[in-house]
Design a protein around this ligand. Structure first.
Ligand code: NAP
Length: 313
């Protein structure tokens, strides 16, 4: 069985940052990713708030830069999806990352979990039926199909605001549907949206009751949460951005998580299990940004290095 000092699960910004710090710390390091490196950054059109890029940078370009940086070091890159993680019976023992059938497990003295989060479903009637037929969770991936047409975005966080602005550059019109009056996302995005009422129509204090259509989405039935009045909005596409769900289902039952499944850590990214660390969007925390993921990764790696020093002494 392959054995490493440090195994990182997930190659988004947190994972790639952790890998960089661990390998530079002189320990044998492997990183597992099930898809291309970059994580959620790959489905983000433009990143405007990562320091050092005053004009912004495309998500895929930033992911490529992180990955190229890692290529300078002997980090082992593994492809696959970890389905369970075996916990050592004593401090300093081996964790065992198990993959889907047919792929050899990997054991590691320390593990940094950086598997992040993925989109949450809205739960509206029609959502499942029309996913891939007008319902999408990725404007960067699918926005181009709606060039010159009308679409809706649902949600009021940074993702919804950012992607509504991205879509407004491509489509004819965006309806931004949010269940409250105030947005959870940054004022800088809300102000940009407010400045383009012809392109982005705000449908606040409304919820989506039903997604309607034949083969593809044709309209949305939305309801005003105050008056109860229903309105039909004709659209060809609906982009859903109603929050994130952690990718933590494969983690051991002994690991402390919050009610939603985000992993609890201390300020050094240590979990309740010695030798197991978590970084990035998988953590229970307030701020989920590329810059905070990168910081988490560096912190987790530093804590993992001191753990390894102690158990290998
Ligand atoms: P989020 O911040 O959790 O926002 C989710 C939004 O969806 C909220 O407005 C929420 O409404 C709404 N919502 C939740 N469940 C709903 C439902 N069933 N029906 C209708 N609306 C629903 O999620 P996010 O926007 O995906 O962002 C996730 C994290 O990544 C955040 O920490 C965010 O700041 C960060 N992020 C940052 C950037 C950036 O800074 N550029 C970009 C993307 C994401 P309420 O407000 O009423 O709860």
């Amino acid at each position: 069985m392959k054995s490493v000092d440090a195994l990182i699960l997930g190659a988004g910004p947190a994972g790639m940052s952790a890998a960089l710090y661990l390998v530079r710390g002189g320990v044998s390091t492997a990183i597992v990713e099930r898809a291309a490196p970059g994580g959620q950054v790959l489905s983000t059109a433009e990143i405007e708030n990562y320091p050092g890029f005053p004009k912004g940078i495309k998500g895929w370009e930033l992911a490529d830069l992180f990955s190229a940086h890692l290529d300078e070091y002997p980090v082992e890159r593994l492809r696959g999806e970890v389905v369970s993680l075996g916990v050592p019976t004593e401090e300093g023992g081996w964790y065992e990352a198990r993959f889907a059938e047919g792929q050899e497990p990997v054991r590691a003295r320390s593990v940094v979990v950086c598997t992040g989060a993925h989109h949450r479903a809205l739960g509206a009637p029609g959502e499942d039926k029309f996913t891939g037929h007008g319902v999408s969770y990725c404007a960067v991936c699918d926005g181009n199909f709606y060039r010159g047409r009308d679409v809706a975005v649902v949600g009021g966080g940074n993702s919804a605001l950012e992607e509504a602005l991205y879509l407004a550059r491509i489509v004819n019109k965006v309806y931004l549907i949010h269940r409250r009056e105030g947005f959870r996302g940054s004022k800088v995005y809300a102000d940009k949206i407010a400045a383009m009422p012809d392109k982005i129509e705000l449908v606040t204090s409304h919820v989506v009751d039903e997604i309607r259509g034949g083969e593809n989405v044709e309209s949305l039935a939305v309801r005003n949460v105050n008056s109860g009045e229903t309105r039909i909005i004709p659209v060809d596409g609906l982009f859903i951005y109603v929050g994130m769900q952690p990718l933590s289902g494969f983690l051991p039952a002994e690991l402390d998580m919050d009610a939603q499944g985000f992993v609890k850590t201390d300020a050094e990214m240590r979990t309740n299990l010695p030798g197991l660390f978590a970084a990035g969007d998988i953590r229970a925390k307030l701020c989920r940004q590329v810059s905070s993921a990168v910081g988490d990764g560096a912190t987790a790696a530093t804590a993992a290095l001191s753990y390894l020093e102690r158990v290998n002494a």
